[in-house]
Design a protein around this ligand. Structure first.
Ligand SMILES: Nc1ncnc2c1ncn2[C@@H]1O[C@H](COP(=O)(O)OP(=O)(O)OP(=O)(O)O)[C@@H](O)[C@H]1O
Ligand SMILES: [Mg+2]
Length: 682
């Protein structure tokens, strides 16, 4: 057993005193200049830092429909084991990163509000949360380090830190900057980063500075002698470098929340309300300095404040009550819902807004496999204990969600479900990658409407708890939850949409039926020995047929003509017409020949089409002996039960079912077969 001492030692091994010392480093202004000489990047502005932070996680290049897309690993949330990972939004995220890059380069985007715009539940908040968490962590690393300063009191030695965590280089008066910067950049660092100084002291520091300048008869060197420099660790909880603003109702908005407020208790101490020491620079804009401020539902902001916000981004300045404009260095990230944005589209201030924002569309996911990942993050066997999630449950819910978001294809030969499959990377005969691109291009608003993942998450959660006496949750339970919720869904405003969403549930049910029918068929035919025998038999006949020979009958020992009926009954399963059978047979023989030249054995599993044909044939031969349909009548004799159990165990072994869900699925498929459509399912 682990003792208390062991546990303490465990922690001791993990703590990093070196890091602690670095993070708690305090030095003089001259020490800081040494640090800058060593690593000029500690002076990066907020845009440069956030951009470097994202890139520090690395990138991958994805090929999709012939496009090369950059995937930023940062958004996989590797530090929290993918907890906030964003899936399938490569395009939106690269718009965002490109905007940050161009802001970092100083091309003008740094003077805009970055506006994440999209339908409800499209992961806008998740993206903002990732950026905030990322900045916190980055600021605690060596590469992400940043510093601020404070004023040491001679008598007490106490330091009053800059309330806005400003860059220490602001202490250098404008007239000295050119020389200082030149000296700092002399013999530029290895990576070629050049120090720049932008911005002036905030009112509090300006006051401290002037006070000391007077005291020391204008000797700047003496002023900075009183300065202490320390690391800044960005932290949303501590309100350092990361702010969030969410407008309350319109009448209650107050500028002090953004730019700080007078501290009435201190007025008495300092004698005036315009003494910056009697002011709390604790508005969201102030505290978010050096990092990022997030504006939730930015369009609900009162128009007057909205202009403040636009000013803050354009000028990089805010105006605290009673004080001059104050410089800020922070990324301003807003987000807004699609409906909110549309509602305001005709409003006059929209134009001002549109002009000063960079809108980044964050749509819903339209690729099924990505949507599945969203739900698997929350509903997997790790997180859902004591309940089995039947195969295809998440997939069907995700399929419906994606279907609601897709535009009906203009091509009449393509169903919506087929379009979904094309988007999902499946191939359909007659459709090329160019066709897929065309489809995406003709549907420009795709992903900006439809069902939100949040709705689906809620319904899956419901399905998990309401069926308390079953051990597993199956697609029907979830589909039923999804369906009953449509009635009361507050965001579905028209009956037309409501009935369309219901129809799409029908499409999903039908698809599910096909999938499980296929699975049960394959499970019935998943008899390796029988398949091998059938395959050998087929190949023997094939060989004889192509070489115009006879086949030795193992039973009678006589030589018979090749069994045409057997061969055709297999080939028909994969739609090989009579006039193409010779080609097919030759193809298979060539295939086997080619393998044997390479010294590889032939196995029925190595040829996908033949495998399928054999499975279907075996299924047809066996389905009557298994008498699956007897499940429907509830009288199952012992012999049949044994056979059914074999199939059930295959479903459990090969397809991820548990006992209960395998039984359910067998019963369900039996009822479909009993309806007599077993044949056309092939
Ligand atoms: N592309 C995606 N990748 C991963 N998760 C996603 C994605 N889209 C939505 N989600 C999930 O959906 C849920 C809602 O996301 P989030 O709260 O970030 O949305 P939002 O856009 O801020 O919504 P709202 O507009 O209502 O504020 C979260 O659980 C999130 O993980
Ligand atoms: Mg949100």
């Amino acid at each position: 057993m682990t003792s208390g001492q062991d546990i303490v030692r465990l922690v001791a091994d993990q703590q990093d005193l070196e890091q602690f010392r670095k993070k708690n480093w305090v030095g003089t202004f001259a020490d800081y200049l040494d640090l800058v000489r060593d690593n000029p990047r500690i002076t990066r502005n907020a845009f440069e830092r956030i951009h470097d932070m994202i890139l520090s996680y690395g990138t991958d290049t994805l090929e999709e429909s012939r496009d090369r897309i950059t995937h930023y690993r940062f958004f996989d949330d590797p530090d929290s084991m993918g907890l906030d990972a964003v899936f399938g939004l490569e395009l939106a995220l690269s718009h965002l990163v490109n905007a940050l890059k161009s802001a970092a380069e100083g091309y003008g985007i740094e003077r805009r509000v970055l506006l994440l715009h999209g339908p409800v539940g499209s992961s806008k908040s998740t993206i903002a949360r990732l950026l905030k968490k990322g900045l916190e962590r980055y600021s605690a690393t060596d590469q992400g380090a940043l510093y601020t300063f404070g004023w040491a009191e001679e008598a007490s030695g106490e330091v009053q830190w800059c309330p806005m965590n400003e860059e220490p280089l602001h202490l250098i008066p404008p007239r000295f900057r050119e020389h200082t910067v030149a000296a700092l950049n002399e013999g530029t660092s290895e990576d070629g980063y050049c120090v720049k100084i932008a911005g002036e002291l905030d009112p509090f520091c300006r006051h401290m500075y002037t006070q000391r300048l007077n005291k020391y008869d204008g000797d700047w060197t003496k002023v900075v002698h009183d300065v202490r420099v320390k690391r800044v660790l960005l932290s949303e909880k501590d309100r350092i470098g990361i702010g969030t603003f969410q407008p309350k109702d319109e009448k209650n908005q107050d500028s002090t929340e953004l730019t700080g407020d007078i501290n009435y208790r201190k007025i008495a101490e300092y004698g005036s309300d315009s003494d910056p020491r009697a002011f709390n620079f604790d508005g969201e804009f102030n505290i978010a300095n050096r990092g990022l401020i997030e504006f939730i539902e930015v369009l609900k902001l009162d128009v007057a404040f909205l202009y403040d916000l636009l000013g803050a981004s354009q000028e990089h300045k805010v105006k605290p009550k009673k004080f001059a404009q104050t410089d800020i260095d922070e990324v301003i990230l807003g987000h807004t819902n699609e409906p909110e944005y549309r509602r305001l589209q005709n409003n006059e201030f929209m134009e001002a807004l549109r002009d000063r924002t960079v809108k980044i569309d964050v749509p819903y996911v339209t690729k099924l496999s990505d949507e599945i990942k969203i739900y698997e993050k929350d509903y997997n066997s790790e997180r859902v204990k004591g309940k089995h999630i039947a195969p295809h449950t998440i997939e069907m819910a995700a399929m419906w969600a994606v279907l609601t978001r897709l535009d009906e294809p203009k091509n009449a030969n393509l169903t919506l479900l087929q379009k979904l499959k094309l988007y999902n990377g499946q191939s359909l005969p007659g459709f090329t990658e160019d066709n897929i691109k065309e489809l995406q291009e003709e549907a420009t608003k795709e992903g900006m409407r439809g069902i939100s993942p949040r709705y689906v998450q809620d319904k899956i959660s419901n399905a998990l708890v309401v069926h308390s006496n079953s051990q597993s949750v199956n697609p029907f339970m979830v589909i039923n939850e999804l369906e009953s919720g449509i009635k009361h869904h507050s965001l579905i405003t028209s009956d037309e949409i409501r009935s369309r969403y219901r129809e799409l549930l029908g499409v999903v049910k039908e698809e599910y039926e096909n999938i499980v029918k296929n699975e049960v068929q394959r499970a019935i035919a998943a008899d390796d020995d029988a398949l091998k025998r059938l395959c050998a038999n087929y190949i023997d006949n094939l060989k004889a047929y192509t070489q115009r020979e006879k086949v030795k009958n193992k039973f009678t020992g006589q030589y018979d003509e090749p069994d045409e009926r057997l061969m055709r009954s297999i080939e028909e399963k994969i739609d090989i017409p009579d006039n193409r059978k010779d080609d097919f047979r030759r193809e298979i023989m060539n295939y086997i020949g080619a393998l044997s030249i390479e010294g590889k054995p032939f196995n029925y599993k190595t040829n996908e089409r033949l495998y399928k044909a054999l499975e279907l044939k075996l299924f047809e031969d066996q389905k009557d002996t298994i008498k699956l349909t007897s499940l429907v009548s509830n009288v199952v004799d012992a012999e049949t039960q044994v056979k059914i159990d074999v199939v059930k165990n295959r479903l459990i072994r090969d397809y991820g079912y548990d006992e209960e869900s395998a039984t359910d699925v067998l019963n369900y498929v039996a009822s479909i077969f009993a309806r007599g459509d077993a044949k056309d399912s092939a």
